[in-house]
Ligand binder design. Sequence first.
Ligand code: SAM
Length: 235
Amino acid sequence: PPVYIQRYLAVSKILKSEPWKHRISKVVDFGCAELKLFKYLKQIENINHVSAVDIDEQLILRNLHEVKPLLFEHIGGFNKRLSIDLFCGSIAEPDERLIGVDAVICIELIEHLYDDVLNLVPTTVFKYLKPKLAIFTTPNADFNVLFDLKTFRHDDHKFEWTRAEFENWCMDVISKYPNYNVSFEGIGEGPEGTEHLGCCSQMAIFALKNPPLPNDLSCDRTVAQSYKLLQTIEY
Ligand code: SAM
């Protein structure tokens, strides 16, 4: 499959694996763009609530068809509770309605952010939302020698990081939030003989070490409703 599909598959594989499959029912997809991840999330047994957040309201509204129940799902072919909230908002700020989320997914989002917003990503995710699991993917710049590129893979990218640069950013995150550990995986293998460059995309998987007690709401009180709820769809 194309690399963008491989990214959805890599993320779903983690969500479906031990121990996460028993522990994750609420997921946030930041930078949800065309809402294409939802098709994968809704098939995962224990997932029953998804919040999809993007700064581009029109992009979400143009892609609502991606999250509407299919005909067979309407007539009872979908045997679990499931809902999706669509929000226009920025990952620079948390929103009260996301508190309690089990997993945060950011697929190819961070490279679209200027430094001021990028610096707020760990605050939103690890200080306020405190998910059990957070997954970030971003292009692997080591792999770019395989492309004929003048600068970046996409006009809107503010940077593309080598594996070492991404690892540095992640290590910095866990030095500030030591309750998390991080591991790395590649997505989208290159042709034979390019293994030393890694994969097309790189993925960091942050896992909460000591799940806090459910009533640990220590810093949640300060979180406002900063996003605009566009629509809620119930299955
Ligand atoms: N996650 C998508 C997927 O896998 O199909 C692709 C993400 S796309 C490359 C980047 C998205 O990030 C765009 O839809 C853009 O509008 C969104 N975005 C940019 N800045 C953002 C911000 N501060 N907060 C939330 N989303 C943002």
